[in-house]
Design a protein around this ligand. Structure first.
Ligand code: GLN
Length: 486
């Protein structure tokens, strides 16, 4: 039997061991299932663990033995956020309104991962319909941070982040509408990657805000994120906003090839020469260290300005609820499971939606219908759309001067459970650095860059890099260099 420390594995390493026959997919799956048994009751990362894992893993082992398809994801145990459909399995979006909903088909990304022979361990917890930054909005209880059980795992993909960080899977899928992959990745000390809007099909992802949603990997290493991204990226006729990403011309600043990447730091996010108000000291210290590392490695660091970033949260919290209110209109008690009756149709709707949706979902539906209502449409939604265009133009301009943009992932490390639940604005502030990548559509990655030491606890801190549209490769190569040498 093997003496390999399975907790040290990345997808890449596991693949090499599967190739040489030093481990089997079965052994890998047993390892994660046992960890789930030990840890999930404390952490609450999984909403469901599948009962067909061993059967699938054994089939894959057979397939490998017989010389069948064997890619880097064959036999790799993954966790899937519970807003991504897997045919025949429950998909709840952590909402009571979908508590018993079974997916009638596979999401496009699931079809792709299945074709690669990946094993799905189960479905992970999230904020209801991916709305939140802590998983405290889940109808099925919050996910705790593996580094400190009194703190949040982040959100909305907190279950996926905690599962990766606590060895309950080898890697996971999350979704990111305003930071939901990157923020929990930052809080849990893992890699979180949001692809360019349109690079990955959204078909079969339960919609939150359709012009912002993207599916992406949450992994232990940058290389693993790249492996998953390459497996799931595609132009899909079932998602009209997905795009052919190969052979795209992207923005490149005029530079000779020998030059190292030029890194821009937006002064609206991070002050290079002084105090950073609103940012936790541990976070700014560690981000300064990361910047210093790049400087010492010969990268050019430049302060830049993207004036629209000042309004990022305001723009996001108008556009996002507008789209949420329209996407969530379909849960009417007729088409999907949960249903309460009333004395007439309207009363039935009210009962169903009033009882089926949690507080935050109801808040955002109300906000969204308000900003879209005829008297206020121009003042709120129309204006926010214009500001969003300005933001895209700002990024376009910035990327003719610098190759990547760096910022903290979040202003603070993981906060305490319950600390922000009564104050939505405090909760929304956790998204201040992440929403602009969704509003503009650019790809962004969060990488671990140190720890905050609070008492006896070490809390992870993330640093974020953004690149021009469809230049994910740039983030992977920079990310690998950082991961190996920082
Ligand atoms: N925390 C953000 C929100 O509450 C982001 C959510 C997401 O990316 N799904 O909207």
């Amino acid at each position: 039997m093997t003496k390999i420390d399975l907790s040290e594995l990345s997808i890449k390493k596991a693949h090499e061991l599967l190739k040489t026959g030093e481990i089997s997919s079965r052994e890998l799956s047993v390892f994660y299932l046992e960890n789930i048994k030990k840890r999930n009751s404390d952490i609450n990362a999984y909403l469901e663990v599948f009962d067909d894992v061993m059967e699938k893993a054994e089939k894959i082992d057979e397939q490998i033995k017989e010389g069948g398809r064997f890619s880097e994801l064959t036999g790799i145990p993954l966790a899937i956020k519970d807003n991504i459909l897997i045919k025949g399995k429950k998909c709840t979006a952590a909402s009571k309104i979908l508590e018993n909903f079974k997916a009638p088909y596979n999401a496009a990304v699931i079809d792709k991962l299945e074709k690669e022979g990946a094993i799905f361990l189960g479905k992970t917890n999230l904020d209801e319909f991916a709305m939140g930054g802590s998983t405290e909005n889940s109808a099925f209880g919050a996910t705790k941070n593996p580094y400190d059980g009194e703190r949040v795992s982040g959100g909305s993909s907190g279950g996926s982040a905690a599962a990766v960080a606590s060895q309950m899977c080898l890697a996971a899928l999350g979704s990111d509408t305003g930071g939901s992959i990157r923020q929990p990745a930052g809080f849990c000390g893992i890699v979180g990657f949001k692809p360019t809007y349109g690079a990955v099909s959204r078909h079969g992802l339960i919609a939150m805000a359709s012009s912002l949603d993207q599916i992406g990997p949450m992994t232990k290493t940058v290389e693993d994120a790249e492996i998953i991204f390459n497996a799931i990226r595609d132009c899909d006729p079932m998602d009209s906003t997905s795009e052919e990403t190969k052979n795209r011309k992207s923005i490149r600043r005029p530079a000779d090839d020998s030059q190292k990447l030029k890194i821009g730091i937006p002064k609206e996010f991070f002050n290079l020469s002084g105090e950073n108000k609103g940012i936790d000291n541990f976070v700014s210290e560690n981000v300064f260290k990361a910047i210093g590392f790049f400087k010492n490695s010969g990268y050019e660091i430049k302060e830049i300005s993207l004036p629209s970033l000042k309004y990022a949260l305001e723009i996001y919290y108008v556009i996002m609820p507008a789209e949420v209110s329209s996407n969530l209109a379909r849960y009417d008690g007729i088409k999907y499971g949960f249903s309460k009756s009333g004395e007439n149709l309207l009363a039935g709707y009210k009962e169903t939606r009033g009882k089926g949706f949690g507080r935050e979902a109801r808040r955002r539906i109300l906000l969204g219908t308000y900003v879209l209502s005829s008297g206020y449409y121009d003042e709120y939604y129309g204006l926010a759309q214009k500001a969003r265009d300005l933001m895209k133009a700002d990024f376009n301009r910035a990327f003719t001067d610098v190759d990547v943009v760096l910022s903290p992932t979040t202003p603070t490390p993981a906060f305490k459970l319950g600390e922000r639940t009564e104050d939505p604005v405090q909760m929304y502030l956790a998204d201040i650095f992440t929403v602009s990548a969704n509003l503009s559509g650019v790809p962004a990655i969060s990488l671990p860059c140190g720890y905050a030491e609070i008492g006896a606890k070490k809390l992870p801190i993330g640093v974020q890099f953004m690149a021009p549209w469809f230049e994910e490769e740039r983030l992977f190569s920079l990310g690998k260099f950082f991961e190996e040498n920082f």
